[in-house]
Design a protein around this ligand. Structure first.
Ligand SMILES: [Zn+2]
Ligand SMILES: [Zn+2]
Length: 278
């Protein structure tokens, strides 16, 4: 069994529609794929309809959280999209992403970059607006050569000249909210530094107490030392050691299946869906 629990589609900032992500997942030899778009579950229906034989879909999303002023991502699986409190928070996050996208475009224009909100909105289409959409518009405007160049202090990297922060959830609250919607949570890429900051063991311990089910140990941005640290931490806290490719289609290089979760760990994670020990 090959299981990848982290992928993005055009429902957020991936470049491939959900159906194409499913097709590629099977082509990559996966048996299980989780679709985890940022702050939305909107891609699940299309993905479910397009499932090739032999591939199972785990409905997921990646929630935007903030801890001590730093961005933290929380993967949520099998949460009920109809849960009122959760739907309300997703609406608040995605609405503020629009506001923030407009604000970043305004700052870029002040810096002499000829991007417009219309361009960014056209690139995002029906998807939840994110910085990669702005980055692609900057490439189209000729300001930078490739989208990665946008994620620096010069432009829209965290704390950058045209960076604008946005509404995000407290992770402990998000963990409880997902649990109340019947889902389970895994802390995404906890070993990948953002602005030189990496979430510490003590903070992860607090999240575990709040009901976190797992840590993403296998992720393309984790070096060997981080994997060892996180695997030990997961074992010590009784958390599932998870893994996924964080594929964004063309943006990350098509890499579905490059990181996976062990089948036994996956079974353990799924056994917590609908309430721990339940
Ligand atoms: Zn993430
Ligand atoms: Zn992701």
């Amino acid at each position: 069994m090959r299981i990848d629990l982290h992928s993005h589609s055009t429902a957020s900032d991936g470049t491939d529609p959900p159906a194409e992500v499913m097709r590629r997942a099977r082509a990559a030899g996966l048996d299980v794929i989780a679709l985890t778009d940022h702050d939305t579950m909107a891609g699940h229906d299309e993905a479910g309809r397009a499932l090739p034989p032999g591939l199972a879909l785990v409905p997921g999303m990646e929630l935007s959280c903030r801890l001590d002023g730093h961005s933290v991502h929380l993967l949520a699986y099998h949460a009920d999209p109809a849960h009122e409190g959760l739907a309300e928070q997703l609406h608040a996050i995605t609405t503020d992403r629009l506001r923030r996208g407009r604000d970043m475009v305004a700052r870029l224009r002040e810096l002499g970059v000829g991007v417009t909100w219309e361009q960014v909105a056209a690139i995002a289409g029906d998807g939840v607006v994110g910085r990669p959409h702005v980055a692609r518009a900057m490439v189209a405007a000729g300001a930078i050569a490739s989208p990665e160049e946008a994620f620096t202090p010069e432009w829209i990297g965290a704390g950058g000249r045209a960076y604008v922060s946005r509404y995000a959830l407290d992770p402990e609250r998000a963990i409880r909210l997902v649990a109340s919607a019947g889902g389970v949570t895994v802390l995404a890429h906890p070993g990948a530094p953002t602005r030189g900051w990496t979430i510490g063991d003590e903070a992860i311990g607090r999240l575990a107490k709040a009901g976190l089910s797992g840590l993403e140990v296998a992720h393309p941005d984790h070096d060997h030392a981080q994997r060892l640290r996180l695997a030990a931490l997961a074992a010590g806290l009784g958390l599932v050691a998870s893994g996924g490719s964080d594929d964004h289609g063309r943006l990350t290089g098509h890499r579905l299946g490059c990181e996976t979760i062990a089948p036994a760990e996956y079974e353990r994670l799924m056994s917590e869906v609908g309430g721990r020990h339940g």
